[in-house]
Write a protein that binds this ligand. Structure first.
Ligand code: AMP
Length: 277
């Protein structure tokens, strides 16, 4: 596995593979990230992962400075998963002095996470565009765990005609249902014990839909009931939305996206499920 730190090094290495899968990450890798690397490897033959904690997608009061990092452990995990290349740039390489571009994708970036994190998706879209231009992957792999990010990236690729195929991998969970996330490492033991309620609430929504519930408000109420009154003040949103536009639904349709964001102390967790009849 070759570790690269500059766009020129990536371009020089890129030519070796006609079909290349790309897995962008912010590091502190877990089985969710690795599932994407393994899928990319199976589908593309060769894989490049990037590790870059992108400052422009963090708000002023968010966790950029304390975001967990473990570059050596990450490289060992990527090597074990069969990655061929790793791009590990510094912020100065990605954002040299004078950098000022920003990609604005409109309404889908202002709903849900965007309502709480106003510049987040402009930061994501801009860095992903840069990474796509540097890596020039055949396919790029993202996790359903960050459902809105997947919607935004698909729109980015469509709006700008970026020559890359987007693949979305399933959310990988702990045995108790908690979606794997680098941010889970912030949870205290008590918060960690409480956190699986997110997936229990989403699973209740899925069960109700499968049993015939078609009223979106009833589903929102059900999710909030399972979350419990204790978490109500810490719940940023419970959404039942169209999976492409993220517009809130009145009547449930197959494939609707149920998503939520809940704060456990200073740690914000997000999760989602897609409804299937
Ligand atoms: P991050 O390092 O948080 O930026 O995540 C990098 C990629 O891994 C993103 O496409 C995430 O959606 C994906 N990812 C994060 N957590 C999970 C998970 N539990 N299951 C599947 N994919 C995930």
């Amino acid at each position: 596995m070759q570790v690269l730190t500059t766009p020129a090094e990536v371009r020089a290495a890129r030519g070796r593979w006609p079909v290349l899968g790309f897995v962008p990450t912010m590091g502190y890798l877990h089985a969710g990230h690795i599932s994407l690397v393994e899928r990319a490897r199976a589908e593309c033959g060769a894989v490049i992962a990037s590790i870059f904690v992108n400052p422009t997608q963090f708000g002023p009061n968010e966790d950029l400075d304390r975001y967990p990092r473990d570059p050596e452990g990450d490289l060992a995990r990527l090597a074990a998963a069969g990655a061929d290349l790793v791009f590990l740039p510094t912020p100065e390489i990605i954002y040299p002095p004078g950098f000022s571009a920003s990609i604005e994708l409109g309404e889908v970036t202002r709903r849900l996470e965007g309502a709480v994190r106003p510049h987040h998706f402009a930061g994501v879209a801009t860095v992903v565009t840069k990474l796509f231009n540097i890596v020039q992957p055949t396919r790029a792999y993202f996790g359903q765990k960050d459902a809105q990010q997947c919607v935004v990236i698909r729109k980015l690729v469509r709006d700008l005609d970026l020559p890359v195929e987007i693949v979305v991998g399933d959310t990988v969970r702990e045995a108790d249902g908690l979606a794997l996330s680098s941010r889970n490492s912030y949870l205290t033991p008590d918060q960690r014990a409480e956190a699986p309620v997110l997936y229990r609430a989403l699973s209740a929504a899925r069960t109700a839909f499968a049993a015939g519930e078609r009223d979106a408000d009833a589903l929102r109420r059900l999710v909030r009931t399972v979350l419990g009154e204790g978490l109500a003040p810490a719940t940023d949103y419970v959404s039942v939305a169209d999976p492409r536009t993220l517009e809130e639904l009145t009547t449930l349709t197959d494939g609707a996206l149920v998503s939520l964001a809940v704060r456990f102390g200073a740690t914000r967790l997000i999760d989602n499920v897609l409804l299937t009849a």
